[in-house]
Design a protein around this ligand. Structure first.
Ligand code: ATP
Length: 274
C-alpha cells in the first residue's frame, strides 16, 4: 500500500522567477518524509508539481517508477497519490460523513443514473463504500461526529475531515500541506498521532510540508530542506539539525522575522547567530 515518489532535477519558472532550481529528492515507500524551508522557499510549489497542478519547465516526477510529469492531477490521483490541502474546502452544512465520501468518488463505479434508480447492485456498492468511509472516519477520530455538520467542528476537527477525505481514496502516498498550521498544542498532538498511525497501520507513504518543527523532528524519518528553490540539505532529523547550510538558511531571514522559538526547536542555538 505504499508508493515511492522521485523528484528529478525539477526546474519551475514563473515569468522570470526561478521558483524551483534543479530540485531532486526521493521519498522511500512507507516513510514519513518532510519538506521544510523558510517562507517562499518553494515547498508548496514542489507539492503542486508532484500532484500535477504545476507543470515543471524541465525535470520529472516519478511515482513508483512511473513518469507522471505530463499527467493531469486526476490521473496522478488515480495512481494512488492523495493530497490534503492547506486551505480547507469543505461543505459546512453537509454532515461529516458526506464530506468524507467526496474523497471516495474515484473508487466508485456506479454512475449518476444507476444511483438515481436505486439499482440493488448500486445500493450494495454504495453501502460498502459508506462502511469503509465510516471506518476511516473512526480511524482519524471522527467516529462520534459522523452526522454533525462539518462546519460545526473545531478547526482541528475540520482538518481531520480533510485527512479522512484524502484517505478515502485509499492513497498509496499522501501529501500533507501544513496539517497542523494554526492549531492549539493538544490538537497538534492528536493530528501528529493520526499521521503516524496512517503510516504505521495503513503503510501509506507520507510526504509532509510543515513549519511546526517539533512535529517534523519527532515524526519525519527523512527531511529535505529547500531555500530559494534549491535543495540545500537532505537527511535524517539529526543530520538536518546540525547542517551548517540549514542553520544559515534559517538565520539568513530578515532578523526582525526570525522566530527564535522555531530556531530553538530546530536545535539552532543563539551562539550560531553571532
Ligand atoms: N502561481 C505562481 N505564480 C507566480 N509565482 C508563484 C506561483 N506560485 C508560487 N510562486 C512563487 O514561488 C515562490 C515559492 O512559493 P511557494 O509557495 O512554493 O513557497 P513555500 O515554501 O511554500 O512558502 P510558504 O512557507 O510561505 O508557504 C514564491 O516566491 C512565490 O511567490
Amino acid at each position: 500500500m505504499s508508493a515511492s515518489i522521485e523528484v528529478r532535477e525539477v526546474n519551475l519558472r514563473f515569468g522570470g522567477v526561478q521558483v524551483l532550481d534543479r530540485v531532486s529528492f526521493t521519498v522511500e515507500p512507507g516513510t514519513i518524509h518532510a519538506v521544510i524551508g523558510p517562507n517562499g522557499a518553494g515547498k508548496s510549489s514542489t507539492f503542486n508539481v508532484i500532484s500535477g497542478l504545476y507543470r515543471p519547465s524541465s525535470g520529472s516526477v516519478l511515482v513508483d517508477g512511473v513518469d507522471v510529469t505530463q499527467r493531469r492531477p486526476h490521473e496522478i490521483a488515480g495512481l494512488g497519490l492523495g493530497r490534503a490541502f492547506q486551505n480547507i474546502a469543505l461543505v459546512p452544512h453537509a454532515p461529516v460523513i458526506d464530506n468524507i465520501m467526496v474523497g471516495r468518488h474515484r473508487l466508485m463505479r456506479a454512475g449518476f443514473l444507476g444511483s438515481a434508480l436505486g439499482l440493488p447492485r448500486v445500493r450494495r456498492e454504495e453501502t460498502a463504500h459508506r462502511d469503509r468511509v465510516v471506518e476511516i472516519a473512526e480511524f482519524v477520530g471522527l467516529g462520534g461526529q459522523l452526522h454533525a455538520p462539518a462546519g460545526s467542528l473545531s478547526y482541528g476537527g475540520r482538518k481531520k475531515i480533510e485527512l479522512a477525505r484524502a484517505l478515502a481514496s485509499e492513497p498509496r502516498a499522501l501529501l500533507l500541506d501544513e496539517p497542523v498550521a494554526g492549531m492549539p498544542a493538544h490538537e497538534k498532538r492528536e493530528i501528529a498521532g493520526v499521521v503516524r498511525a496512517i503510516r504505521d497501520a495503513l503503510g501509506t507513504t507520507v510526504l509532509i510540508v510543515e513549519h511546526d518543527m517539533p512535529l517534523i523532528m519527532s515524526q519525519a524519518e527523512r527531511i529535505t530542506v529547500l531555500d530559494f528553490g534549491r535543495v540545500i540539505a537532505d537527511g535524517t532529523p539529526d543530520e538536518i539539525q546540525q547542517d551548517p547550510a540549514v542553520i544559515a538558511a534559517y538565520l539568513g531571514e530578515d532578523e526582525s522575522e526570525i522566530d527564535t522559538e522555531v530556531m530553538s526547536q530546530v536545535g539552532i542555538e543563539k551562539e550560531h547567530r553571532a
